[in-house]
Design a protein around this ligand. Structure first.
Ligand SMILES: N[C@@H](CCC(=O)N[C@@H](CS)C(=O)NCC(=O)O)C(=O)O
Length: 231
């Protein structure tokens, strides 16, 4: 039975789109236009109580019961484990994969998200915030570059869910005040993953529906008072 995918064409969405494509799973896409406020729809909140994409419902979850999941890292972990791919079942590689997945979820994603916010979207240009997040973005690319100077992929010799989690956040370093030429090991890894057919299909999922830039209505929904209402 097909997985129900609730998502939008953003880095956190792309992670799951890429894994679904890599695994060759059947899935049905439900667009959640976050610039239009679809993430606050009561039906979506039942699946994703944090009003964020991505989320899935697997009709064939554990115990044969449907499983609803939010949080991209949890979805990657669940699907990789269920299908026995892109996450070693045991040994050092399993924990290295989890380490780099957690690094992406707790560090790379949130910090690059703040860099995008203060460098691209914030209505006021706040010098302190811009410098802080651009510096942090460059620090994180430095960590990535060093690791990828020692290892073909983040967790070791094999491509894993840790790479699928990190890669979508690094597609446009210029938006984070990062110069890709400063990080050659990162660039080698980036190009290798970008060449994978499943990755190319994954980033196209819902891409045609997304506007190039947020308009004023979308900015109000994403960054204004709407976001902070109690639900
Ligand atoms: N930790 C969450 C973050 C998800 C997230 O921030 N999603 C964004 C799009 S990339 C979203 O849904 N934003 C809607 C909003 O801010 O209202 C995950 O990894 O799934």
């Amino acid at each position: 039975m097909a997985i129900e995918l609730y998502s939008w064409a953003t880095p956190n969405g792309h992670k799951v789109h890429i894994l679904l494509e890599e695994l060759g799973l059947e899935y049905r896409v439900h667009p959640i236009d976050i610039g239009n406020g679809d993430q606050f729809d009561p039906d979506f909140l039942k699946i994703s109580p944090n009003n964020r994409i991505p989320a899935i419902v697997d009709p064939d979850g554990p115990g044969g019961e449907p499983l609803a999941l939010m949080e991209s890292g949890a979805i990657l972990f669940y699907l990789a484990e269920k299908h026995g791919r892109f996450l070693p079942a045991e040994g050092q590689g399993r924990y290295r994969t989890m380490q780099w997945l957690m690094w992406q979820m707790g560090g790379l994603g949130p910090m690059l998200g703040q860099a995008h916010h203060f460098l691209q979207y914030a209505p006021e240009k706040i010098d302190y915030a811009q410098k802080r997040y651009a510096n942090e973005a460059n620090r994180l690319y430095g960590v990535l570059d060093k690791r990828l100077g020692e290892s073909r992929y983040l967790a070791g010799d094999d491509y894993s869910i840790a790479d699928m989690a990190a890669w979508p956040w690094t597609r446009y370093p210029e938006r984070q005040n990062v110069e890709r030429g400063d990080y050659p090991n990162f660039q080698r890894w980036f190009d290798e993953i970008a060449a994978r057919p499943a990755v190319q299909r994954g980033v196209e999922v819902l891409a045609g529906l997304r506007q190039a830039a947020f308009d004023d209505k979308a900015k109000e929904i994403l960054f204004g008072a709407t976001q902070f209402q109690r639900r």
